[in-house]
Design a protein around this ligand. Sequence first.
Ligand code: SF4
Length: 210
Amino acid sequence: MPLKKARIPLVLAELAVLYPTAPIALDFQSPFQLLVATILSAQCTDVRVNLVTPALFAAYPTPQAMVKATQKQVETLIHSTGFFRNKAKNILGASAAILHDHGGEVPRTLEELVALPGIGRKTANVVLGDAFDIPGITVDTHVGRLSRRLGFTKQTDPVKVEFALNTLIPQPDWTIVSHRLILHGRAVCFARKPACERCTLAGICPKVGV
Ligand code: SF4
């Protein structure tokens, strides 16, 4: 098993072979719509979010339109994504802040994004990476789990995992490596029973905690 420093470039190279393009799975037409879709994706599959957003964005495509919706109207449209009350509150709160504090444009810095109501570092990094092409590490459940199994970090706190990955992965690759880890977590390195026997990373993966 190569030492961590030598292993990481090998893991990143193999992930690039497995998932060359690794596009984000959420459907969106603007940074605002990606922000909303990412809020909806908490504790919900991207497939389910993509079923809900066409009607939501047809009715309220922009922050200007969204702030005119009532909490109830948004709740009704996003009900099937779960935690719909809180998500509707966050969507409306973020829309109002974007309108009043940022002239209706989604801000382009992590600091401004996490200052929006209900927006954490994960959502902010998704928006930076996938709407603005500004590299960001997105630490969801898959990225956290794979980072530990692959021996990138022992941290369990998502922010600490993000900071650890920031130092290990070249900055231009932050967004796409996040996507690749998510795809590998969904396809092979499952939470309960990772399919190590058919994983092409098996020879270089220390399988920590498996
Ligand atoms: S070898 Fe096993 S633990 Fe390591 S990345 Fe592959 S599936 Fe996950």
